[in-house]
Design a protein around this ligand. Sequence first.
Ligand SMILES: Cc1ncc(COP(=O)(O)O)c(C=O)c1O
Length: 452
Amino acid sequence: MNTELLTAPESLRRLVLDLRQMETFIEDPLVIQKADGVWYEDVNGRRILDGISGIFTVNAGHNNRRIIDAIKAQLDTMAFAPPLHATSPPAIELVRRLAEVTPEDLNTIKLLSGGSEATEAAMKLARQYHRQTGNPGKFKVISRFHGYHGATMGALSATGTRRRKTMFEPTLHGFLHVHPPTCYRCPFEKTFPDCDVFCARTVEDLVELEGPETVAALILEPVGNTGGIIMPPPGYLSELREICTRHDILLIYDEIITGFGRTGGMFAAQTFEAAPDILCMGKGMSSGYVPLAGIAFRDSIASAFLGREEDEVEFSHGHTFGGNPLAAAAGLANLAEIQDRDLCASARETGAYVRQRLEDLREFGIVGDIRGCGLLAGVEFVADPETREPFDPSLKFGVRVGQSALEKGLLTRFDPNWIALAPPLVITREETDLMLEILWDSIREVVKKTRY
Ligand SMILES: Cc1ncc(COP(=O)(O)O)c(C=O)c1O
């Protein structure tokens, strides 16, 4: 297909992009044909800096030869193994290597293909675990408002983002939501640290009011994405850990975004102070070269699924592409890249630099809060930093900044009130400076148009 045909409405009208209004997309389509390092190239030859790793995915960077060669070698050997009857050498090796880097005794891993599969599997594992350990009444799942756990019905039921779920309601029964630690706009009008992580303590109130004997799991993103990079304040995750332990509730971390070096540790569970019982991984697990996801869980959970055939206690869950050998080969090479090049350290160092430089944005008088850790940064925009008054939603300030950045060659994640940066962990200092310069110019342009 030539470029004209690739960007023509009649070609694009057949596609449905994720969460996008296709009428708008077609007016100004972006069709990418190549990628290398932190750069994309569209079909017109325009270069775009990937400031968001595709979508928090390409941690090891684009066109990584080690990952590509590993996939090619596996492709020449075997592309598919029967998931019900057998496994394969790369799958066995991948779970062995993953068990070495997961926190504490989360040593058993079920391989899957996407983040939604992982969160669904985690919640199903929790329910089946309780059923098989004498607590069949434990079925409810607690999650957080603003959270996103995937597009499938169970994951969506745990999701706390109205825009993504209301049109599909009713969602599943037994899903409860609590407020996340949005400290900049505390829903309880408290201030950290005087609040003594009140929001975490409300989880225990909910558990007691609902009945601990009915609650199976608490699922959350250790660092929330939707809402503009919601950071766990010190003590928050350990408080939740204690509540879960006290009430025999399985703590599930959705590390689909935060895993594989993004927060500066291999997992956020290691960057912060408390480990979960089940950890969901995806996105950066293969850096996007092949669909790959999984869940890791504690030895004590794994043992509840072992028995004789007639006990019927095996995990009653599976997907055709889970444990696919190509995906496993990609996952192995990706993990080796993160470890050998110490990309966790790169995330910490570049991330600290990015956040420090973002502080300078305050001179525009539109920055309310700068949040993040590792190479995951969010900026919340406000009309007045003194009063924290948000911009009039109709101004779509953050969206306009994101769109302006894209016009200038930088891909970010944006929302009416915030913008996030999470480039590949291999980004150089020069590229980081360029990314920040483009963001700077975009904000300057939108401020000018908004204020004058
Ligand atoms: C935190 C989180 N969980 C789960 C998912 C779902 O993953 P997938 O889109 O691979 O199904 C996403 C996707 O963006 C996510 O950000």
